[in-house]
Ligand binder design. Structure first.
Ligand SMILES: Nc1ncnc2c1ncn2[C@@H]1O[C@H](COP(=O)(O)OP(=O)(O)OP(=O)(O)O)[C@@H](O)[C@H]1O
Ligand code: SF4
Ligand SMILES: [Mg+2]
Length: 347
């Protein structure tokens, strides 16, 4: 399990009002009719603080914006608006050498490293290229560093001379991690790192990440579907729904006392969390609304068993509760008509 992280751990990345839309291609007919351009609302005013040295899990249903958030944070996508501060850097304004330097410090690791590994380059050549591009080591020191990196990710020295297709999925994921570590990053953003791997291999790769996180004092954003893995690896968890962060809390609190009705429903619907031990809880009802047409007010109101009038007209802000968690739900702010008893989930 994860090592407890001090609550006073300073922020590494501060995200405010981060918004990203994807315009939908418009037909000639709809343009001719003067119909407005439609857009997928992938992120809406995301508020999130990532603390130095933590592993922050990011969960939510498919299409809720997890990958868009990850990609926007490493500047693969341009945000529509909002701000991302990394130490004293204004990330969204970085250009040229400053952006390259930021991308060295904040590395993204993808689900399928195979697609980003040149099939004709040996592992040694892949790692040496990473070391050369960012001038991490002079040529003479590179072979030793390659061996060091392979050891760090649990691969034998002989792996250096092999081509990517000679490795299993789990081993290729280790090569992807080694390539990221070659740049000595401070922060890793792992998007569905192990989703494509067999369950037994998933655990090995996730445990490797846990070990590296502690050993190298990395900050990790761990985006995943699998709540069991997120629980195992994360210090804190952020829950997203339709492009918004709706709850952020310590991992233990999220899994035992989820506050937001969506978090409660998400956990109630998760088959991996030993349903035999759980108390009765509302499952998610209704269809996920289209991100082209996000409901007014609280985006979860069309599926929420507690929705009331105010939920349709006012978007709930993410507010910190007295005992720590941050929740975006009118039930928890002072103007709310009732305070629901939090769902308790057996651990
Ligand atoms: N490049 C893109 N162009 C257009 N729409 C996009 C693009 N990338 C994502 N979207 C849309 O933005 C929304 C959020 O997608 P995103 O991939 O971030 O979700 P996700 O939470 O990562 O989902 P999953 O769990 O399936 O990986 C979805 O409606 C998706 O269709
Ligand atoms: S704000 Fe209203 S609709 Fe949204 S989660 Fe809370 S109670 Fe439900
Ligand atoms: Mg995704």
């Amino acid at each position: 399990m994860t090592v407890p992280l001090s609550k006073s751990s300073p922020p590494l990345m501060e995200i405010h009002n981060l918004t990203k839309t994807f315009p939908v291609a418009q037909s000639l007919l709809s343009r001719w009719r003067g119909q407005p351009q439609r857009a997928v609302q992938a992120l809406t005013d995301v508020e999130l603080t990532v603390r130095r040295g933590e592993t922050l899990g990011i969960v939510g249903e498919s299409g809720c914006g997890k990958s868009t958030l990850a990609r926007t944070l490493v500047r693969l996508y341009d945000a529509d608006r909002g701000s991302v501060r990394y130490g004293d850097l204004d990330v969204l304004a970085l250009r040229g050498a400053d952006l390259r330097q930021y991308n060295r410090r904040v590395q993204m690791i993808f689900q399928d490293p195979y697609s980003s590994l040149n099939p004709r380059m040996t592992v040694e050549a892949v790692l040496r290229e990473a070391l050369s591009v960012h001038k991490m080591r002079p040529a003479g020191e590179q072979p030793a560093r390659v061996r060091e990196l392979l050891k760090l990710v649990g691969l034998p020295p002989e792996a250096a001379g092999r081509l990517p297709h000679e490795f299993s999925g789990g081993q290729r994921q280790r090569i992807g991690i080694a390539r990221a570590l070659a740049l000595e990053p401070e922060c890793l953003i792992a998007d569905e790192l192990v989703s494509a791997l067999d369950v037994s291999v998933q655990a090995q790769v996730v445990n490797l990440l846990l070990e590296l996180q502690e050993r190298l004092d990395l900050t990790v954003l761990f985006v995943a579907h699998d709540l069991r893995l997120v629980r195992h690896i994360s210090h804190r968890v952020a829950v997203m729904y339709l492009g918004r962060v709706v709850e952020v809390s310590d991992t233990a609190a999220i899994f035992t006392t989820p506050r937001h009705p969506y978090t409660q429903a998400l956990l109630a619907a998760a088959p991996t969390l030993d349903p035999s031990q759980r108390t009765a809880a509302p499952a998610i009802t209704g269809e996920l609304p289209s991100p082209l047409n996000v409901p007014s007010g609280c985006a979860f109101r069309t599926r929420c068993p507690h929705a009331f009038d105010r939920c349709a007209v006012e978007r709930p802000a993410l507010l910190q509760l007295k005992d720590g968690p941050e929740v975006a739900c009118h039930l928890y702010d002072s103007a709310a008509p009732l305070t629901p008893a939090p769902l308790r989930v057996a651990t």
